[in-house]
Design a protein around this ligand. Structure first.
Ligand code: PHE
Length: 390
């Protein structure tokens, strides 16, 4: 296509000004799509130790794109999704987002799941005035990067409060002593650790042991031995599923019988596959439960399962909801200029998503309830819902 354009230019120099005019009318961005398509970007861990995060989110976004396009797109224009694999790496995330906003000319970016990666790439979107919607990064700092950065999920001070309250009050737990095992290089993990410690302390609990690990570690026996000696009632691991599963397997081998508790980073079909029976009876907080009987959720599960032969997890649902609020905003404005689009996204109110009602607050976050799930026979089972302000 580019070659043809240049051959024409060489032969007929008078076409050059016309071509430039067309490019300028398109915001100077020669779109990578052939036609009149609207491009949106997604950066995600499609491979690596958090691969299910990216794959599920991408599936959810694609479902929303297909539905939108089948219904006529945005004022007759189809939406095209460009997804880049960042392999769960901060540097790769930056490269992917730079490419989306500078080369591909996307009008908006969806991603990342992991807070550390959203924090790495959000400044690029902010700088380029391209709205970014994180489906699932819960660290408060993410949306503080600037007025172009949004999320459709709750944030970690709330999530940690929910976990602490559950640890203190749940009939089978009534914990007064907690141990915490944190991924020290992950802003998500460190943020949750701090907030959990605050909330648990304020509720009369004591953190009796604080241990750390780093993504990539294989052997957790030193940390687990210290935790065992501190005799906690509950062990909080604010990490991602691959590490959580191996930590719990190793803990059981060391004779640690206590209940483990975690947060949304546990949510992956792989968690139960890797940890097996070792994780039975452990709990985590999440954004979604497939047992939610609302017609909206059940319809989503039916469509998703038909397509992927797998029950959707929270990330599939949040990916879907991110795309949906983006399309709603796009439908309401005439130009797809980034600043106008961000202003419209900021007005999102009571959007009926698969993960509940989404209203974007003054800090560009969503305020939503959390679900507590219990691992049973390798699968998460619904236990209870905790609402903000309770
Ligand atoms: N909240 C996690 C983070 O901020 C990401 C996550 C969300 C993982 C939902 C799984 C499910 O890093």
């Amino acid at each position: 296509m580019t070659c043809t354009v240049f051959r024409i230019i060489r032969r007929q120099t008078f076409l050059l000004p016309c071509l430039l005019l067309v490019l300028m009318a398109n915001g100077c961005q020669p779109s990578a799509s052939s036609s009149n398509e609207i491009l949106i970007g997604h950066y995600a861990s499609m491979t690596g130790s958090e691969a299910t995060f990216g794959i599920s989110t991408d599936n959810g976004i694609k479902m929303a794109v297909e539905e939108l396009n089948a219904a006529g797109g945005i004022r007759g224009r189809k939406v095209k999704l460009i997804t880049y694999d960042d392999k769960g790496d901060a540097r790769e995330a930056g490269t992917a987002v730079t490419r989306l906003v500078t080369k591909d000319g996307v009008v908006a970016v969806i991603g990342e799941v992991a807070s550390g990666l959203s924090l790495a790439a959000a400044p690029i979107c902010q700088e380029a005035s391209i709205p970014m919607i994180s489906p699932s990064s819960t660290n408060p700092k993410v949306t503080r990067i600037g007025d172009m950065i949004f999320r459709v999920c709750f944030i970690d001070p709330f999530q940690a409060h929910v976990c602490a309250k559950f640890a203190r009050e749940h009939e089978g737990l009534k914990a007064t002593k907690a141990a915490i095992l944190t991924d020290q290089a992950s802003p998500y993990s460190v943020g949750l650790q701090d907030e959990f410690e605050k909330s648990f302390g304020a509720m009369g609990g004591t953190v009796v042991s604080k241990q750390t690990y780093q993504a990539g570690d294989q052997d957790f026996s030193a940390q687990l031995t210290s935790i065992r000696a501190a005799e906690p009632d509950v062990i909080f691991i604010p990490g991602y599923y691959t590490h959580v599963a191996s930590i719990i397997l190793q803990a059981r081998k060391l004779g640690i019988t206590q209940t483990f508790l975690g947060a949304d980073g546990w949510d992956s079909a792989k968690l139960g596959e890797i940890a097996g029976e070792a994780i039975n009876g452990c709990f985590y907080s999440n954004h979604f439960s497939h047992e939610d009987q609302s017609p909206k959720v059940q319809e989503f599960i039916r469509k998703y399962t038909a397509k992927h032969q797998q029950t959707p997890d929270a990330l599939a649902a949040l990916g879907h909801d991110s795309a949906m609020i983006l399309f709603e905003a796009m439908k309401k404005i005439d130009s797809l200029d980034g600043v106008a689009l961000a202003a419209e996204l900021a007005k999102t109110k009571d959007f009926d998503g698969v993960t509940g009602k989404i209203s974007i607050d003054a800090d560009r976050n969503a305020v939503k309830p959390a679900f507590i799930l219990e691992m049973q026979n390798g699968k998460p089972k619904y236990v209870t819902t905790m609402k903000p302000g309770e």
